[in-house]
Design a protein around this ligand. Structure first.
Ligand code: SAM
Length: 239
């Protein structure tokens, strides 16, 4: 799916999301740069690392997301690349490759997943680390109800989740309402399509590409448990 139509909504929802920033910054400080971010979006994480003096290469296919990212990171040590994580060749290796905030949930098929991971393995230095976080599918509660997510300025954002377990897909249908000065309602719809991963699926996927993964249930090294909202993975090349 393309994030072009989601870019405005994404900015409203996540510009202040910061739970993961220290985790990725600590890794970047430990492993050094440049750091390659796959699915860099609007540069939320990349800008945080670059402000700490780490050079970041940001790969992002959506022109609308990239445009916001480029504007937000002007003057920082960053390189934006229009590209797809399923098919990229940057001509160098990196000590750290990251894919924060569910970016890998846009790899919908096994072929997509294998192609992306082969790209990661090709771009990692010996001893390099691949770090990413994913939504924990054990917490999916898609009862079909429409819920208010929040009010962002003049906009009210509602969402409804649809679970397609046979395809490991989670669809989030957003409704974005804005009421004009004349009282007229402007309503927009957007759908976020995510393919979720299970724990041992990720472990096998990484192992097949010569990476050994370590799983935690949070950004501070919490143990992974069913009730944790996210899976946080750090993987190293072992072959
Ligand atoms: C949930 S956003 C995460 C953005 C950013 N990493 C962050 O933490 O704010 C997922 C991003 O992955 C990008 N994406 C989707 N499919 C992709 C692909 N095949 N290759 C690279 N990026 C992709 C989307 O355009 C979107 O910007």
């Amino acid at each position: 799916m393309s994030y072009d139509e989601l870019a405005d909504l994404y900015a409203l929802q996540y510009e202040n999301y910061a739970d993961d920033l220290d985790f990725y910054a600590r890794l970047a400080e430990r492993h050094g740069g440049p750091v390659l971010e796959l699915g860099a979006g609007q540069g939320r994480v990349a800008a945080h690392l670059a402000r700490r003096g780490v050079e970041v290469w940001a790969l992002e296919p959506s022109a609308a997301m990239r445009a916001r990212g480029e504007a937000a990171t002007r003057g920082l040590a960053m390189r934006w690349i229009a590209g797809d994580m399923r098919d990229f060749e940057l001509g160098r290796r990196f000590p750290l490759v990251i894919a924060p905030f569910n970016a890998l949930m846009h790899l919908y098929t096994l072929a997509d997943q294998n192609a992306a991971l082969a790209g990661v393995a090709r771009h990692l230095e010996a001893g390099g680390v691949f770090a990413f976080d994913l939504y924990n599918p054990l917490l999916i509660r898609a009862d079909g109800a429409l819920r208010l997510e929040g009010r962002y300025g003049a906009a009210e954002v509602y969402y409804r989740q649809e679970h397609r377990p046979e395809a490991q897909r989670l669809l989030t249908h957003y409704v974005l309402d804005e009421t004009g000065p004349d009282g007229a309602l402007r309503r927009r719809h957007h759908t976020l399509d995510q393919r979720y991963f299970t724990r041992y699926e990720v472990e096998r996927w990484l192992a097949a590409a010569g990476l050994s993964g370590r799983l935690t249930g949070g950004f501070r090294g919490e143990p992974y448990e069913a009730r944790r909202p996210i899976m946080v993975w750090t993987a190293r090349r072992v072959s």
